[in-house]
Design a protein around this ligand. Structure first.
Ligand SMILES: CC(C)(COP(=O)(O)OP(=O)(O)OC[C@H]1O[C@@H](n2cnc3c(N)ncnc32)[C@H](O)[C@@H]1OP(=O)(O)O)[C@@H](O)C(=O)NCCC(=O)NCCS
Length: 333
């Protein structure tokens, strides 16, 4: 008799990788830059320090080492990649896309390459897109990267946002499988009507770069923090529950939750509402801040490398970001 899993293809994570810039920006240093305090930042956000890329270090410079590490971990050669997707809102430039820059650096000569813009949801959105393309039967192996240099688009005079963000990149190699549960279920959504609560208005075709746009600080993150907070908790909780339900699993089946890391109070609220204790959350927010599209692959890679996440573990990842965009993915690692 043929086992069901032998007939139905799934998509699994074959390897992970990460890259963090060396420079650490502490809350104490931020105290010298804006009117804030370590105590306020820690109690309101949970962030203690974050990494900041060098001025000459762009998003692709972080994505490339993360990609190489994920390929090595997966035992996959760059030449065998069919697809590269980079989730990012801080591409090196408008075009060429960051995925093409990665492709050329790693020698993935036959890969289709594009970037995906979904802010903090960028990595899970990219993974879902890659999954669909692999399951279509057209492609076998994908590299999915979440990478952002938020320090390049942070308003360093706005104490309500500059304390939150950090830079970094994480990557996974996805492969089709017939013997592993891989990605079991997902739940994704978006609500464009709330887009102006979290945005970078300048630099696109609506407001191209000009002396005025720079003077008006149009090229940095604008956020209605409190409002974003409420929507994040609601959407992430609902997406997490729905993905688990679709997978036919309960909270008891989940070994690790990998949430988007924007604020410790958001993570805590999700833990309370979904009913999974904080000990089963992989959290790097205290050391890395909000690295936008990189939070999930960075936390995943950390959990894998320090031995917490093992093959066969069930992971629930939940994200929320500008757009608004959100989503949840349940998978067997
Ligand atoms: C940004 C965030 C930390 C602010 O926390 P908050 O509890 O909502 O705080 P508020 O914005 O209501 O501000 C409360 C007060 O603290 C002040 N404040 C803001 N930032 C401060 C800082 N760094 N240091 C000291 N005080 C600060 C505000 O000015 C305000 O003062 P006021 O009451 O005198 O006007 C929080 O809203 C948040 O994390 N939001 C979601 C962020 C997010 O998820 N973003 C990305 C989504 S992917």
């Amino acid at each position: 008799m043929i086992d069901d899993r032998e007939k139905t293809p799934r998509v699994m994570i074959a390897g992970t990788g990460a890259y963090l810039p060396e420079r650490i920006l502490t809350n104490a240093e931020l105290e010298t830059m804006v009117d804030t305090s370590d105590e306020w930042i820690v109690t309101r956000t949970g962030v203690r320090e974050r990494r900041i890329a060098r001025p000459d270090e762009a998003t692709s410079d972080m994505a490339i080492p993360a990609a190489k590490q994920a390929l090595e971990d997966a035992g996959v050669s760059a030449a065998d990649l069919d697809l590269i997707i980079v989730g990012t809102v801080t591409p090196d430039m408008i075009f060429p896309n960051t995925a093409c820059l990665v492709q050329s650096a790693i020698g993935a000569t036959k890969a289709l390459c594009f970037d995906l813009s979904a802010a903090c949801s960028g990595f899970l959105y990219s993974m879902e897109t890659a999954r669909g393309l692999l399951l279509s039967g057209l492609y076998e192996t994908a590299l999915v990267i979440g990478a952002d240099k938020m320090s390049a688009v942070t308003d360093w005079e706005d104490r309500g946002t500059c304390i939150l963000f950090g830079d970094g990149a994480g990557a996974v190699v996805l492969k089709k499988t017939f013997t592993h549960r891989g990605i079991m279920a997902t739940s994704f959504g978006a609500d464009g009507s709330l887009g102006d609560l979290l945005m970078i208005p300048g630099g696109g075709s609506r407001c191209p770069a000009s002396h005025e746009s720079v003077e008006q600080r149009q090229h940095v993150v604008k956020m209605a923090g409190n409002n974003v907070f409420k929507h994040a908790v609601r959407c992430m909780t609902e997406a997490g529950r729905e993905a688990l339900e679709k997978a036919g699993l309960t909270i008891a089946d989940v070994d690790w939750v990998i949430p988007h890391q924007a604020n410790m109070r958001i993570v805590q609220a999700i833990s309370d509402r979904v009913g999974i204790p904080m000990e089963r959350f992989i959290v790097n927010l205290d050391r890395l801040g909000n690295t936008t599209a990189a939070t999930v692959p960075l936390a995943l890679d950390e959990g894998v490398r320090d031995g917490r996440i093992k093959r066969g573990d069930v992971l629930l990842s939940i994200v929320f970001g500008g757009g608004f965009t959100w989503g949840a993915t349940v998978l067997e690692y």
